[in-house]
Design a protein around this ligand. Structure first.
Ligand code: ADP
Ligand code: MG
Length: 379
């Protein structure tokens, strides 16, 4: 399997990034699409900078594809506007928007060679023969496919076919490339490899990419920013770190961080911290300073990897380790909390330092890692 990008930085674009890689590349304002009673996309708005890798992340049916198809021009919005650079493209036909696409199905022409497939968008645009040969050659080299130019798609592996599809989108250097679950049909190992390769090409060429996936890890690995979508709404549009560390809603905390949730009530604020009385244990938990007033009913959210087992007297609660499963570099533990309704907390701790089943432990967390949500925000 040819690999590219990482080990072959042989192709350089003059000046590093194309001239378009500054400022605003694409913006979407209040984009909406309904199908009968179903609101597929509800007033989606975002600005994407040139050179940015943005991912739409959400479970099936959350409106990712519909949003992408409206940007592409294959699906007409009920309302809202789409701007590419300074051009309003909302009512333009897809081929007039100058965007590139890569879909889950490769959609390569089976009767054409790899070279002919990649050349197709240029042929369509009436580019001269020599120029086509040069640009196709250059693009295939970027993707590590130079040796395969004469083959037909059926003579290639799935991963190679997807690289050809990527080349076909890259070859005319569109200002924005749209990708809808392009790795969805590939096995995990190949998917991991292609994630890195696509990301490397994107960075080397300074491409603006809008990528769709339902896979959290894929989104975290590849993206500069992620739009978390849910029921046609953009729940939060932020960097992977912000989404992970500072989720704005319980849904995001759960979807990206698989957070533990514990009900409680804000007892008081200090200069640096907010103290929460937990319903289950009656213990006091220290969270990073929060704006909500004292007395507010809250949900405490902490990711499994940010909880630690500690001495019985040192934690915000105590419990009994019910399960401790070794999963390679870490141990996943389930700890049944002492007290009302006895919720089960999920912990992830480095292997070798993990608690063992049956053990009595205290549970603690760095206040920085504790997120609070007002109860009405729940759900
Ligand atoms: P995703 O790509 O996140 O899985 P979609 O954008 O495909 O979600 O779909 C969003 C919602 O719109 C879903 O409820 C889906 O059933 C509905 N939908 C999408 N396309 C159509 C269509 N052509 N006709 C009717 N409903 C559709
Ligand atoms: Mg989809």
């Amino acid at each position: 399997m040819a690999d590219f990008g990482v080990a072959t930085p042989s192709v350089k674009v003059a000046g590093g990034k194309p001239a378009t890689a500054t400022g605003k590349s694409l913006s979407v304002v209040a984009l909406r699409k309904t199908y009968g009673d179903v609101v597929a996309v509800d007033e989606a708005s975002m600005e994407i900078a040139a050179g940015e890798f943005v991912t739409f992340l959400g479970s099936s049916g959350s409106g990712k594809t519909t949003t992408l198809m409206m940007i592409a021009g294959f699906c007409e919005p009920d309302s809202g506007t789409i701007t590419v650079g300074d051009r309003d493209v909302t009512r333009l036909a897809p081929q007039k928007r100058g965007l590139g696409f890569v879909f889950q199905q490769y959609l390569l022409f089976p009767h054409m060679t790899v070279q002919e497939n990649v050349a197709f968008p240029l042929t369509l645009r009436g580019v001269g023969k020599d120029e086509i040969r040069r640009r196709v050659g250059e693009t295939l080299e970027i993707a590590g496919l130079s040796r395969f130019g004469g083959r037909k798609p059926r003579e290639l592996s799935g991963g190679q076919q997807q690289r050809v599809a990527l080349c076909r989108a890259l070859v005319y250097r569109p200002p924005v490339i749209l990708m809808d679950e392009p790795l969805g049909a590939l096995d995990k190992k190949l998917r991991d490899q292609l994630q890195v390769e696509i990301k490397t090409i994107q960075q080397e060429l300074g491409l603006t990419v809008i990528y769709v996936t339902h896979d959290q890890e894929e989104a975290l690995v590849m993206s500069d920013r992620i739009a978390v979508m849910r029921n046609g709404l953009i729940e939060q549009f932020d960097t992977p770190r912000e989404l992970f560390e500072r989720p704005k809603t319980p849904f995001v905390a759960d979807f990206l961080g698989a957070a533990n949730f514990l009900p409680g009530r804000i007892e008081q604020h200090t200069d640096e911290h907010t103290l929460v009385r937990l319903d289950a244990s009656g213990g006091l938990l220290k969270a990073r300073r929060h704006q909500l007033p004292s007395g507010t009913s809250v949900k405490v959210a902490v990711q499994p990897g940010r909880l630690r087992a500690c001495a019985i007297d040192d934690g915000f609660c105590t419990g009994t380790v019910e399960t401790a499963t070794y999963v390679g570099t870490l141990v996943r533990a389930g700890v049944r909390i002492d007290g009302k309704e006895a919720p089960l907390l999920r912990l992830e701790v480095p292997a070798g330092r993990g608690p063992v089943a049956g053990e009595r432990v205290g549970i603690t967390a760095d206040p920085e890692d504790v997120n609070l949500f007002a109860d009405e925000q729940a759900g």
